[in-house]
Design a protein around this ligand. Sequence first.
Ligand code: GLV
Length: 314
Amino acid sequence: MPEVHPVIGFYSPSEDEVIWKTRIERDLPAFQFELLEYVEEKQFVKYALVWSPPNGLLNTFENLKAVFVLGAGVDALLRDPNLPSIPIVRLEDAGMAQQMAHYVIYGVLRFQRRFEEYEDFQIIKQWKPLVHIEPIEQFSVGVMGLGAIGLVVAEQVSRLGFPVLGWSTSPKEIDGIRTFYGEDGLVRFLAEARVVVDLLPLTAATEKLINRKFLNRMSADSFLINIGRGAHLLEDDLLEALEQRVIAGAMLDVFEQEPLPLENPLWNHPKVIVTPHVSGITMPQVALDQIISNIKLLESGGTPKALVDRKKGY
Ligand code: GLV
């Protein structure tokens, strides 16, 4: 009889599984790598590496010991009503934080240096220096969500000389960053930030957080960057706020519905930049480093890092 190896199962609609298979087979030779949808002997699946698996899939592996999510956000997975009660481990950063910091820096500089206006002038061949540039000392960048990614974003923006504010649901102290928390803190944070960056996880408390009331608390010359989750933002409220000049503009990477439907007015709104959920792309080799060391930890009886707290939702 052939020897039976425990299985590491994989599911992702977007990743190239060959990269994952090659590393897993090299670094965890005691395991067999298989695609979760095609596993025949389901009882041998011990670990699952997944992004957006169909609801109910994970529950079909009765000996599954842990699920590794190939991203930072676990909101979609936690919505599976049949999710087995086993540890869920997410990626803490995996190369995403650096990319997201760059995305934010691009947006902040674009707003502060008024590059959007030059793009419009170029179309009509208009030579028009805009002499009013706001000093960066007055251009506060507010980061909402101070986890592994938020901290890197805050620190890199701060290194450029922009004052950085941080907001989180519970109090946090971070060197060089003025932090705010809770409902009261949010009012003061929004009044001061010229750019509000959403990096929050999607939970019951953060869903629809960026609504009319929230936008009304921002200043008329401020901008929103959403790289958290589309469900944080009420898109109709944003469109209304832009229409009524309640805020000055937005750069959005995540949407209520993805891909963004063709008829969605955000696509060609002059005050909105749209990108297709790319602000932080999982770097497979960095993610694999994390996952492989966590599997080794679990195999030797340890507790993996970045274990998801289901009550908190991240
Ligand atoms: C992407 O959105 C992620 O959560 O990693």
